[in-house]
Design a protein around this ligand. Structure first.
Ligand code: MG
Length: 171
C-alpha cells in the first residue's frame, strides 16, 4: 500500500469510529458528563470545554478508533444473529464470564496510563449517565451493547487520565 492509501485509511477509520458512536446513541455530551463525574471531585473548577478537549484528543488516536470499530461491529453482528455459537449467545446475553469486552476496553485505557484503570473500574461499577442507559434492559430489547458500554467507559476513563496528567503537568 502507498503512503497515500494509508492516509485515506486513517481518514476512513476516524470517520467510521465517530459515525458508529453517534449511530449507537453516544454523543459528546454523554462523554463530557462521564468525565465531569470522574474528575470534578479532584478539579472543582473543571469546565465542559476542558473535558471535551481531552475526549477529542483521546478519540484522535488510531488505536482507540480501532477498538471502537471492532467492538461496535461485534455488537451489531450479535444483534443480527450473525456470530458463530456459542459466541452469538454470549454476546447477545452479555454474559458476565465472556470478559473480552472488558479486555478490548482496557486497550483504550492502556494508552493513558494507570489513573485510567482506576477510573475505568469505577465507572464500570457505578455506571453513571449514559452507561446506565446502555445497560438498561427495558427499551433495549434486541439491542446489544456488550462492547459499547465498556468502550464508552474506557473513553471517559482515558480522557480523565489524560486530563489529570495534563493538570499535574506530567503530559
Ligand atoms: Mg460489557
Amino acid at each position: 500500500m502507498s503512503n497515500m492509501n494509508y492516509a485515506v485509511r486513517d481518514e476512513k477509520v476516524r470517520e467510521t469510529a465517530y459515525h458508529l458512536l453517534k449511530e449507537r446513541g453516544v454523543t459528546m455530551d454523554h462523554l463530557v458528563e462521564l468525565v465531569m463525574y470522574l474528575q470534578k471531585p479532584y478539579f472543582p473548577d473543571l469546565d465542559k470545554e476542558t473535558c471535551e478537549y481531552n475526549i477529542k484528543k483521546v478519540l484522535q488516536k488510531r488505536e482507540i478508533q480501532n477498538a471502537i470499530i471492532t467492538g461496535i461491529q461485534l455488537d451489531i453482528l450479535a444483534e443480527k444473529g450473525m456470530l458463530i455459537e456459542p459466541l452469538q449467545e454470549m454476546l447477545a446475553q452479555d454474559e458476565g464470564l465472556y470478559g473480552i469486552d472488558e479486555v478490548l476496553a482496557l486497550s483504550i485505557v492502556n494508552v493513558y496510563g494507570s489513573i485510567g484503570f482506576t477510573n475505568y473500574g469505577y465507572v464500570d461499577k457505578v455506571k453513571p449517565g449514559i452507561l446506565k442507559v446502555l445497560n438498561q434492559k427495558e427499551g433495549n430489547e434486541g439491542v446489544v451493547h456488550t462492547f459499547l458500554d465498556d468502550i464508552v467507559g474506557a473513553i471517559a476513563a482515558a480522557a480523565s487520565s489524560r486530563l489529570a496528567h495534563s493538570r499535574f503537568g506530567t503530559r
